[in-house]
Design a protein around this ligand. Structure first.
Ligand code: ADP
Ligand code: MG
Ligand code: MG
Length: 251
């Protein structure tokens, strides 16, 4: 069974005042079929964790390890991480002017599957996935993320999830900027992706509202660059009621 193992991860980021340590020893194991939520105050390092797993060049891993089925993720190129089955949806997805969504998705699928999907089958697959996410078919011909609304970007992330079928998905603030209807559609998309019971999800969020649609098996509180408490879905309710004050006061 697939396992993503983060051990004592330390990450620094280059700032104008030199390197600053953001992650201070993160330990987290996610098994296939599990959904983990990471919740925490702004600036606690949640996105830094996602970027470090993704291999963003600005984030320097100074200690610890990330293993996917025992393989060292940190040694892999960004493409290799995708081929190994990791999917990382970023809080601020990039725009790729001049590249249509349909081309982008087919290129991504080709990279992950290591062969180009047969065109006729592919077109059908994309159409169906788009319909399930209430995405306008015209969307396929638009440039990647260019001029997309917040909600459209998030739907696009989940469309990638549906088509690329990664083993593990890291979703950073997938709920931010979504209205109630978009939140429901996006959550249903994540739940469909999870339904085979073979995939792992790391859901990073500041607010509890997405957790009303996507039930996590584990909730972790992130503060000061590390996990300071872990529990089940009920922990999210405690956080909703009490906020993060308890954790930030001592951090
Ligand atoms: P969160 O996602 O929990 O809000 P982030 O990981 O975005 O937190 O940020 C954690 C801390 O690291 C913040 O103090 C932020 O200013 C700093 N940080 C993150 N990325 C950078 C960067 N590229 N340059 C400088 N500082 C950064
Ligand atoms: Mg933030
Ligand atoms: Mg963030």
């Amino acid at each position: 069974m697939a396992t993503l193992e983060i051990k004592d991860l330390h990450v620094t980021v280059a700032t104008e005042d030199g390197a600053k340590e953001i992650l201070k020893g993160v330990d987290l194991t996610i098994r296939a079929g599990e959904t983990h939520a990471i919740m925490g105050p702004n600036g606690s390092g949640k996105s830094t964790l996602a970027y470090a797993i993704a291999g963003h060049p600005k984030y320097d891993v100074t200690g610890g390890s990330v293993l996917l089925d025992g393989e060292d993720v940190l040694e892999m190129s960004v493409d290799e991480r995708a081929r190994a089955g990791l999917f990382l949806a970023m809080q601020y997805p990039v725009e790729v002017p001049g590249v249509s969504m349909s081309n982008f998705l087919r290129t991504a699928a080709t990279a992950v599957r290591e062969e180009a999907p047969a065109l006729r089958h592919w077109v059908k697959e994309v159409k169906q996935a788009m319909a399930e996410l209430d995405i306008d078919p015209a969307f396929a011909e638009r440039s990647v993320n260019e001029g997309f609304s917040g909600g459209e970007k998030k739907r696009h992330e989940i469309l990638q999830l549906a088509l690329l079928k990664p083993k593990f998905a890291v979703l950073d603030e997938t709920d931010s900027g979504l209205d109630v209807d978009a939140l429901r559609v996006v959550s249903e998309g994540v739940n469909r992706y999870k339904a085979n019971g073979e995939t792992g999800v790391l859901l990073i969020t500041h607010y509890t509202r997405i957790l009303k649609h996507i039930t996590p098996d584990f909730v972790h509180v992130f503060a000061g660059g590390r996990i300071v408490e872990s529990g089940g879905a009920e922990l999210a309710e405690v956080l909703e009621r009490d906020g993060y004050v308890r954790y930030t006061a001592s951090a």
